[in-house]
Each structure stands twice: as structure tokens, then as C-alpha cells.
Write a protein that binds this ligand. Sequence first.
Ligand SMILES: [Zn+2]
Length: 145
Amino acid sequence: MAIKRDTTDHYFSKAIRMRNDWTCEKCFKCDDNAKMTNKSKFIETAHVYTRRYRHTRWHSDNAIAACNACHRWFGDNPPDFYIFIKNNILGETRMDLLMRRKSVSRKYTKAEKAEITEHWKSECKRLEKLRMNGTQGYIDLIDYD
Ligand SMILES: [Zn+2]
């Protein structure tokens, strides 16, 4: 069953896509228009572990920016996606940490959830400012916890 996207997902996803300046992390296809509008029709957020796992759901290591074609390819080829993430994005240590994080069950209170939303909202604002000031390429995100 599909998991509903909420406000936290919205800002988290936006931050993930702004991090790599609206560019697919696999094929490097870029949405130049999104750099102005901060909205894209084809740059999406691909999650390593599905949004079902709360502890990794809004962690920056758990998602990459991907064009719709690469996102679909990842979905159709989970083992290849895993290898891509491990070899090209996270490396063995961070991949291992992400796996362990996913395995630890975590529930957030309403107040914590509101804090996470605010956190990603403010990350979007921070990245917007950096982009306006001419920062290009990949910008590391700060995680909530
Ligand atoms: Zn792509």
C-alpha cells in the first residue's frame, strides 16, 4: 500500500532535490527551470529505504535526486540501485550506518514531527539563499538527528 506524502516529506524532498541543484544523481540530467522556480516536473526524490521506515524517512542519506526515468529504473532494479547508492553515493560505511539506522524502530511525537518539518523547511531556505548567492553544485544537508 502506498504511503501518503505529508508536509515533512514535501520539504525533505525539496531539500534533497535542491542539494544537487535539481540534477539527477545518476544521469546528470538537469532541470534548469527548477533552479528558478524550485519546482520540477521530472526531478524526483528516490528513497533508498521506503518511506515506511520512520527512522530513515527524513534522513538525507536515505534519498537522492533522480530524474523520472532513472527513478523508474531504480524501482525496477533494486539490486542495481543498492550497488549504485553504495558505490557512487554513500560508500560502504555510510551505507552500513543507514542500514543500521533503518533497523532501529523510531517513533516521533507530534512535537518532534513538527520540529522535523520546521528543520527541513529551514534547510530549504538555507539552500535557497546559498543558490541566490551563486553557490553551485552539491551542497551538504544538515540532518535533524
Ligand atoms: Zn537520470
